[in-house]
Structures are given as C-alpha cells and as structure tokens.
Design a protein around this ligand. Structure first.
Ligand code: GTP
Ligand code: MG
Length: 321
C-alpha cells in the first residue's frame, strides 16, 4: 500500500501543498533537527526524481538574475518551481545573505513558486546533503523543477554534482585569467556553459574560447557541454538556456545516464550518512569510553601511531558485529 495512510501529519500536509509545513521541515533539515527524519523517510517513496538544475560560478556573474528570468519563463508555461539558494560561505555570519539577493519578479501569492535561502550552519552531513534533502521535499510537494544557486567563495562549487541533474556553470565575457583557474574544475561540472552579460563586449570571443575547450574534451557517447549566451538585462537567450537544460535532461533519459548518475549519487549519500554517524559516535566515545580513551592516550604518548590505532578500532568494531 502506498496510500496517504502511512504518512505522518507533517508529510501529508506537505504533499497536500501546505507551504508552512514545507517550511518547517526545511528548517528542521537546515538545523540538523531529527524532526526532519520521519518526514523525509515517509516522503522518499513519493519522490519522482524531478530535474534539479544547479547554477554555479564566480561571484556576481548573474546566477540569481538568470534564475529569476527562468522562473518567469517556466511560470509563463504553467510549470511550478522550487528554488534553493545556498550560501556555504557563511558559517559565521549566522544567516544566508547570498540567497536574499535573489529577487523574484513574481506576484508574492504565486503558489507555483517556493523560494528558500539556506544557511549552512548546523546541517548534518554538510550543505550538499541538506540541499539534496530539501530538493527531495520540493519533489514530494509536487514541484516540476528545482533550481539551486550555489557559490563556493568565488570558485565553481564541485558539490553541485552531488545535487543537480543538470549543472550550469555561469561565466561572463572577459573572464580572462579566471577562466584559466576555473578551467580544470568546471569541465567536470558543466553540462551547460552560460556566458551571461552577453550585452557586454567579448561574448562571441568567450563562446569561441569555450567551444575550443569543449571540443578538446569531446568523447563519443558522452554529453558535450552546451554553450549558451544570455543577457538578463536585454533580455536575451533565456529560452535557449532552458532548451539546453531540456536537451541535457533528455540525454540523461535516452543514454541511461540518469539512472547511473542517480545510483552513484545515492551510493555517495548512503556512505556519507554512515561516515557522519560513525564519525560522530566514535568522536564521542574516544573520550567517554575508558578503553578507547587509553588507546588515544597511547597515541598521544607516541607509543602507538594513529594508523595503528585506527586499525585496532576497526578490528574491535568487526568483533562487536
Ligand atoms: N550587464 C549585465 N548585467 C547583469 C546581467 N545579469 C545580471 N547583471 C548584474 O550583475 C550583478 C550581479 O547579478 P546577480 O544576479 O546578483 O549575480 P550572482 O551571480 O547571483 O551574484 P552572487 O550571488 O553575489 O554571486 C547585478 O548588478 C545584476 O544587475 C546581464 O545579463 N548583463
Ligand atoms: Mg546570487
């Protein structure tokens, strides 16, 4: 039976479109609050694996402006969108500043949109894990797409691969040296290169440079990153950007990559959850459990090295099972 009977009250409310219940569950995830667990568990079978589109790239290139433009396009087509803006760089500021900078030019009462900026503090397993879980809630809540904005201190955020089905690396004309430093990482990440601010000079040159780089990495049967020129001020190229996303999503289905990618991401997620849990338990026990404390004492006293201590812990763990 997959009926609503097995859902908790909170989970049922989320499925029914209750935005306050959704907001409460997201806050729980954000704070590493265990109240999120039963909700996530009971909703998991209801998730469909909707497209999650990630936007990453250097500061100020127009990620938020592009998201705003795409939300407009999708809403005009009657599609619903959840948006998550992640600010992994503010563990000390105590709040998400970045996300607040997305201004959505939509009516405040548009229930086809749910926007949330996420502070990264407290989330168990890190920002990527929390974002993944939030995207899943939005999936269960019935949204058609999730758009995620991340930035990692001016770098392309590698973790986006663990979250997004399609990753867009946003650049601007005349990135110059920045393209060189980003190059290595961004080619592993980008399904789509978006040269935004193409109202400024140099966009065609940037497209050509990227096309040269893309052709170097081209391989039979693999997705070759699309290159799209956009401007959010003109505006220009926004529909082309979404077409590139759709083309990549179609490739994922046709090639079997969606399945393979999901399997890889879920394996990583499970391993990450186990690692976190085991790590936390062990950290606590190393001081609290007398046997383990004496093991640590020996390492501190140089009579045992850290690797040998780890080996002993693993052997002990195996015996306990
Ligand atoms: N000329 C031009 N300016 C743009 C364009 N898109 C965005 N901008 C401007 O660029 C600035 C940064 O835009 P955002 O959308 O906040 O960029 P972002 O990448 O989200 O910025 P962070 O989240 O701070 O990294 C704003 O002043 C925008 O008005 C564009 O297509 N052309
Ligand atoms: Mg932004």
């Amino acid at each position: 039976m997959t009926g609503a009977g097995r859902l908790s009250t909170a989970a049922r409310a989320i499925v029914a479109g209750d935005r306050r219940a959704l907001a409460r569950a997201i806050t729980a995830i954000e704070n590493g609050d265990s109240a999120a667990e039963p909700v996530l568990r009971s909703l998991y079978p209801r998730t469909r694996g909707i497209p999650v589109v990630g936007f990453t790239g250097p500061l100020g290139v127009g990620k938020s402006s592009l998201i705003n433009a795409l939300v407009g396009l999708l809403r005009d087509r009657g599609r619903t969108v959840g948006i998550v803006a992640v600010d992994p760089s503010s563990p000390f500021s105590g709040g998400s500043v970045l996300g607040d900078r997305i201004r959505l030019d939509r009516p405040a009462d548009d229930t086809g949109i749910y926007f949330r900026s996420m502070a990264s503090r407290g989330a168990a397993g890190g920002v990527a894990a929390a974002t993944l879980e939030i995207a899943r809630l939005l999936d269960a809540a019935g949204f058609d797409f999730v758009l995620v904005e991340t930035v990692g201190s001016g770098q392309v955020d590698v973790a986006i691969r663990e979250i997004a089905s399609t990753s867009i690396v946003v650049l601007v004309p005349h990135l110059g040296d920045e393209v060189q430093t980003l190059k290595a990482g961004m080619f592993e990440i980008a399904d789509v290169f978006c040269v935004n601010k193409s109202d400024l000079p140099g966009a065609d040159l940037a497209r050509k440079d990227l096309a040269d780089l893309v052709s170097l990495g081209r391989a039979e049967g693999r997705w070759a990153p699309a290159i799209v020129l956009t401007s959010t001020v003109e505006p220009m190229g926004i529909d082309g950007l979404w077409r590139a996303v759709e083309a990549h999503e179609k490739f994922l289905d046709d090639s079997g990559e969606r399945r393979a990618g999901e399997r890889r991401r879920l394996a990583n997620e499970i391993v990450g959850l186990v690692r976190d849990r085991v790590g936390r338990d062990l950290t606590a026990r190393l001081e609290a459990d007398p046997k383990l404390r004496s093991l640590l004492d020996r390492v501190v006293a140089r009579s045992l090295d850290p690797r040998a201590a780890a080996e002993q812990l693993l052997i002990r763990g195996r015996r306990a099972r």
